[in-house]
Design a protein around this ligand. Structure first.
Ligand code: FES
Length: 320
């Protein structure tokens, strides 16, 4: 079930066009033409198709445009069905519910950026590139995909930014993105930030190839949950503001137990990827199992995603 109704916003679909083999570009506006909440590069919105079908998509337009949110959706024929509904059923003139924007992939300031995109992972990088370019930063984008016709925005990126952009369509080039990655990341460069978005295999490879880089150099965003290993055990959660203590058994999540007790926690994906359920932790040792925080953030995080993360000990005190 979905609980965040007060954050929901009805939007009008004003653009719905296929822009690559399986990619649709969708433009959403307020039905009355009102200005939309501001956002920064890296932000995403939730598309709420129904209570159990909520999908996250990066905003790929310019934050300067306060009257439209644009996303690009890969139609996953073998997926769970959300992207098929968005690509096949949403039409210009129809309405759709969204939530957000939220940003767990912000662009930190740097003089030098390397952007790496795999397939539809290029979308959050578009406003980042716009910002980096506008600031006069040095930057390059290496963008891989199956074929050129499957790579959304490839032609416009090359047209706009020329040799900043290296395209690696797998059917045309001898060196695919996965093969190029070790060479790209072999030599750490001081002051350079690396932003990566794409399939899990690309993200994992980037993590593996950047272990010798400075902490904080790698920034990535996951839209599918990272596999997390670990046994579950039961523990207590103390809801500080509500004044209740609840037991979370091994087979249930914190959010299930807390919501069953009638306490409101906003949720969306329930997979640890969207960040909606982030909750402040006042005491206790968190067992982070989400795909939102990176390794560094986990070390210092004073909050947790209560849909998937758990407790290392036997008690957590939450600001609920
Ligand atoms: Fe999405 Fe918890 S509901 S991270």
């Amino acid at each position: 079930m979905l609980d965040g109704n007060e954050n929901d916003r009805t939007m009008l679909v004003t653009g719905h066009a296929r822009i690559a083999d399986d990619v649709w570009h969708i433009t959403l506006r307020d039905p009355d033409g009102a200005e939309l909440p501001a956002w920064e590069a890296g932000a995403h919105i939730d598309i709420v198709l129904d209570a159990d079908t909520v999908r996250q998509y990066s905003l790929c337009s310019s934050p300067a445009d306060r009257h439209a949110y644009e996303i690009a959706v890969l139609r996953e024929a073998e997926g769970r069905g959300g992207s098929r509904r968005i690509c096949d059923e949403l039409a210009v003139g129809s309405s759709v519910t969204i939530r957000g924007p939220r940003n767990h992939f912000p662009l930190a300031h740097a003089k030098h950026y390397l952007f790496i995109a795999g397939g539809i992972g290029v979308t959050p990088l578009l406003p980042m590139i716009e910002a980096a370019h506008a600031e006069g930063a040095e930057w390059s984008l290496v963008y891989g995909g199956h074929t050129r016709s499957a790579m959304a925005f490839a032609a416009s990126l090359v047209a706009q930014y020329g040799e900043h952009v290296e395209l690696l369509p797998r059917d045309e080039v001898a060196t695919s993105l996965s093969r190029r990655l070790p060479e790209l990341l072999e030599h750490p460069q001081g002051g350079m930030l690396v932003y990566v978005c794409g399939p899990e295999s690309l993200l994992t490879a980037a993590e593996e190839h950047m272990t010798h880089w400075a902490k904080g150099a790698l920034h990535l965003e996951r839209f599918s949950p990272k596999a997390v290993e670990g046994e579950n055990h039961g523990f207590d959660v103390v809801l500080q503001r509500t004044g209740r203590t609840l037991y979370v058994p091994p087979e249930r999540s914190i959010v299930e137990v807390v919501q069953d007790a009638g306490v409101v926690v906003l949720t969306s994906c329930k997979d640890g990827v969207c960040g909606t359920c982030e909750t402040i932790v006042l005491e206790g040792e968190i067992d982070h199992r989400d795909s939102v925080f990176n390794a560094e953030e986990r070390e210092t995080a004073e909050s947790m995603m209560v849909c998937v993360s758990r407790c290392r000990g036997d008690r957590l005190v939450l600001d609920l």
